[in-house]
Design a protein around this ligand. Structure first.
Ligand SMILES: [Zn+2]
Ligand SMILES: [Zn+2]
Length: 201
């Protein structure tokens, strides 16, 4: 008999959804599941293992394993290989690959190509060309001996910030369509140097 086909399997599926359990990520693919009676079990999602008796002795896909899978699908806990981090711009919780260093930016705060944003240093509008996946302390400024992070105007910003390439300068009130590309220079700035304009800017 396969456990998946047995009636008690349906019971596990329902209990996985309905019973109060608290799931927290421990890193890699390991999770801690705390149940209402006060039991705490460690689950390895990728390996399909749980420390509870139901899994250990019966070898079934227990309600804890199922619950962890449900919480990952719902976006309540990071998937295996991911970690939770606060967005450096808005503070919202987001999930990023475990190897990605801080600071991280959520999807909403990742600047998109063509977006008009404000350079905090000069108070001027710039147009985003690309949000790169490289850090300000890794990217060298073309023709110079220093990195984006080392440039004197960028020293107030996190050297581990991602680099955003922008076109510059744009006067206030000038829309990107009004400016010919020949007038614009491409610069690399740390993400923290750029902010979205407030209404009326
Ligand atoms: Zn279990
Ligand atoms: Zn954000």
């Amino acid at each position: 008999m396969t456990p998946a086909a047995s009636p008690s399997s349906d019971g596990r599926s329902r209990r996985a959804r309905e019973e109060p359990m608290r799931v927290s990520a421990l890193g890699d693919s390991r999770y801690e599941v705390a149940t209402a009676p006060g039991n705490v079990y460690e689950v390895d999602l990728d390996a399909g293992r749980c420390a509870c008796p139901d899994h250990q002795f019966r070898g079934v896909r227990c309600k804890h394993l199922r619950r962890v899978a449900l919480e990952v699908t719902a976006g309540n806990v990071p998937a295996p290989g991911e970690r939770a981090a606060g967005c450096a711009a808005c503070g919202d919780l987001c999930f990023v690959p475990e190897a990605d260093p801080d600071p991280v930016y959520c999807g909403d705060c990742t600047l998109a190509p063509g977006e008009t944003v404000v350079d905090r240093e000069l108070g001027k509008l710039v147009v985003v060309v690309e949000t790169t996946d490289r850090r300000a302390d890794e990217v060298e400024i073309a023709g110079r001996d220093w990195t984006v992070a080392e440039h004197h105007s960028n020293r107030d910003y996190d050297p581990r910030d991602v680099v955003v390439d922008v076109l510059f300068p744009l006067g206030r009130g000038v829309s990107p369509e009004d400016v010919t590309p020949e007038k614009l220079k491409r610069y690399s700035f740390p993400r923290g140097r750029l902010r979205r304009p407030q209404k009326g800017q």
